[in-house]
Design a protein around this ligand. Structure first.
Ligand SMILES: NC(=O)c1ccc[n+]([C@@H]2O[C@H](COP(=O)([O-])OP(=O)(O)OC[C@H]3O[C@@H](n4cnc5c(N)ncnc54)[C@H](OP(=O)(O)O)[C@@H]3O)[C@@H](O)[C@H]2O)c1
Length: 254
């Protein structure tokens, strides 16, 4: 069995790679930083005793998904985990970074899902895990493009999951809340109330990965790790939308 994981060099993707490796699965690790990927690959080889390959690719480049697909060969598990965010009010954030974000978080995820789903459907076997976020359940003032990108991932994954029901292929959306990783520093949101307030009690990437991994193996459509995150999502579903927008803005303020 082989799993391809994007964004496997650190954070949630790295923890997911460990879970596959511990179960004796071969791996293909994708991210931009080849040196870091090589280090992770050496660790995963020791854990799994299986072949571990790396593909250094920038998923912000539109042609990179096809390149990854061509180099990968047969894959039993696809994990679309690579993603990033950007904080700030939309009138002043950098458009080029946001368009790259849409390419990584949305367009590359859709392309990789399509490319790998076709052979999985023919084999009537395969599992896909798409990493969304609890951000998917509400608009995100001061991080507008990121939240919208995750809403896309959730909606897209649920729709394809329904199309695939009973085919032997499953697709799962993992929706973590704030999780300890490099994500917040990279997104320049480490001083927001949401992240500062969560410094104690933020879920570990290992716990989030475990929930996603188990949910994917069980063929679940949506996985929200952690009781408080589940509760938060329920309150978003029943709360008036104007209130939800304002509360989300308050949390994203510094
Ligand atoms: N942390 C959270 O609070 C949180 C909450 C909900 C959802 N999520 C989602 O969980 C996923 C993983 O996040 P994380 O917290 O583990 O973040 P992270 O620690 O910043 O890791 C991100 C991973 O994605 C890779 N990546 C970033 N840009 C890439 C690109 N252009 N091409 C290829 N690979 C790229 C990074 O490697 P390179 O930099 O070497 O490319 C790294 O391996 C993301 O989709 C994120 O949106 C995170």
């Amino acid at each position: 069995m082989t799993a391809l994981i994007t964004g496997a060099s650190t954070g949630i993707g790295y923890e997911l790679a460990k879970l596959f490796a511990k179960d004796g699965c071969g791996l293909i690790l994708v991210a931009r930083d080849r040196r870091k990927l090589d280090e992770v690959a050496a660790e995963m080889r020791k854990l799994s005793g299986q072949e571990v390959r790396v593909i250094a690719a920038d998923l912000a480049t539109p042609s990179s998904s096809e390149q990854v697909f061509r180099e990968a060969g047969t894959v039993d598990f696809l994990v679309n985990n690579a993603g990033f965010g950007l904080g700030g009010d939309f009138a002043h954030t950098d458009l080029a970074t946001e368009l790259n974000m849409i390419q990584v978080n949305v367009a590359s995820l859709v392309t990789l899902t399509k490319l790998f789903l076709i052979p999985m459907s023919e084999r009537k076997r395969g599992r896909i895990l798409n990493v969304a976020s609890t951000a998917a359940f509400q608009p995100g003032p001061l991080m507008a493009v990121y939240y919208a990108s995750k809403a896309f991932v959730l909606s897209f994954t649920e729709a394809v999951a329904e199309e695939l029901r009973g085919t032997g292929v499953t697709v799962t959306a993992l929706c973590p809340g704030p999780t300890a990783s490099e994500f917040h520093t990279r997104a320049k949101i480490e001083n927001t109330k949401l992240i500062k307030g969560k410094m104690i009690g933020m879920m570990t990437a290992a716990k989030v990965a475990e929930a996603g991994y188990r949910g994917m193996l069980a063929g679940k459509v949506v996985v929200i790790p952690g009781f408080l995150n589940k509760l938060g999502v329920q309150s978003l579903r029943i709360g008036p939308r104007a209130l939800v927008r304002r509360a989300a803005r308050k949390l994203q303020e510094s």
